[in-house]
Write a protein that binds this ligand. Sequence first.
Ligand code: NAD
Length: 449
Amino acid sequence: MHLAIIGTGYVGLVAAVCFAEAGNEVRCVDIDESKLERLRAGELTLYEPGLEHLFARNRREGRLQFTSDLEAAVRASEIIFLALPTPMGQGGEADLRYVLGACEQIGKHLDGKYLESSSPDALSPKIIATKSTVPVGTLDKVRQALSLHAAAPFEVVSNPEFLREGVAVDDFLRPERVIIGTDSPHAEARMRELYHPFLLSGNPFLVMDARSAELTKYAANAMLALRISFMNGIANLCNACGADVDNVRLGVGLDSRIGKRFLFAGIGYGGSCFGKDVEALIHTGEQFQAPQMLLEATQSINKAQKQVLMAPIVEEFGEDLAGRRFALWGLAFKPNTDDMRDAPSLTLIEELTRRGAQVVAYDPEAMAATRKIVGERIQYAERHYDALQGADALIIATEWNLFREPDFPLMKKKLKRPLIFDGRNVYALQTMRDEGFRYHSIGRPLIEG
Ligand code: NAD
């Protein structure tokens, strides 16, 4: 099929590469010329495991094009995906200006004319699919915005995206489910055909009304965020009463009604989705007079949790951290991504530097993205061990595999004191005891060292 993907960020680029991998011709549209230039030159603009070789192969074989020419991309394509940002607006709502603005532009090119290179399929009505996470009722607005200028029939579908950064390629190629919200049998059939290669293992292709599809995406993210905040609340109670959250987690997670996943305590959720999507769902609840109190609590617990490591740090060093030096392992909001949006490490950097501390950070992939946000307010180490040299303590903010089995004796040599504040519970308590570290973690007893 001939596809256009409008917005070539984390979702758009992964979707484009994976659709191309299944043999489709994909035109990626973006307004960021420097991004397009890099992609045309064969350089990936984000880090995502497994993306590089698929990107290279499909680019080489001509199934991927990168352009700012919206008109040509729309004319040449049968299905046009919107993978545009939906950032948090001022009142917490999803800001739809990118999505609806693009729809107005797309509508101008929905006039029944096609490029010569288009497939015969393109003679049927074009389908505009929202992959961006958008609130209930947005598909109606999308239809309206397209209708302002469209001179030919078109169809709209909601197609929420569930990929997880860090495993996005795998998630896209083998989704646990694909959800389509539409009342058009034609659009449903074409989407079913497009996704067929990704669902060969029998995972479901769910068709529902657009409002339910839109809400499903928010409900899924909110449920995940809620599990994290719930366990963080329990972790704080463990801290206060001397229990170990890892034991509680194991015991709770073995109940098949609850399940083991997404129950890890830590320094809070971040990333481009959870915070803004939970906030947007709270806003939607207000709009429909169906308040989402659980989600308000979820967000406020998370806000506090991003600061939770500061208490033991202040306990060890006092409020004034001038002259102190901290090694910070991990910057990205989670492992296997370079995405720094809303990363808990940023809260730590803010708090530490505000109190006068020096921070020397290391992250395998996210240092360039961090530099764009905090610049030279912190130092960046070339290797994770270099960050430890002369530091008063190590803080862990992201659980990259690289940090899991380090050379503890070497760490002790480099640190001024064998002291770790672990925001991701990376090490076993017994290991810390055996290796002679003083070890603060989340919801687990202090190892005195
Ligand atoms: P992103 O910021 O990484 O990418 C958005 C891209 O759109 C950017 O490259 C930007 O330059 C481009 N853009 C902006 N305006 C444009 C326009 N008018 N025309 C063409 N391009 C334009 O965002 P993302 O993380 O890919 O998220 C996109 C959407 O998908 C959001 O609604 C998000 O909530 C949702 N989503 C994200 C994830 C994720 O893990 N990142 C997962 C599921 C859903």
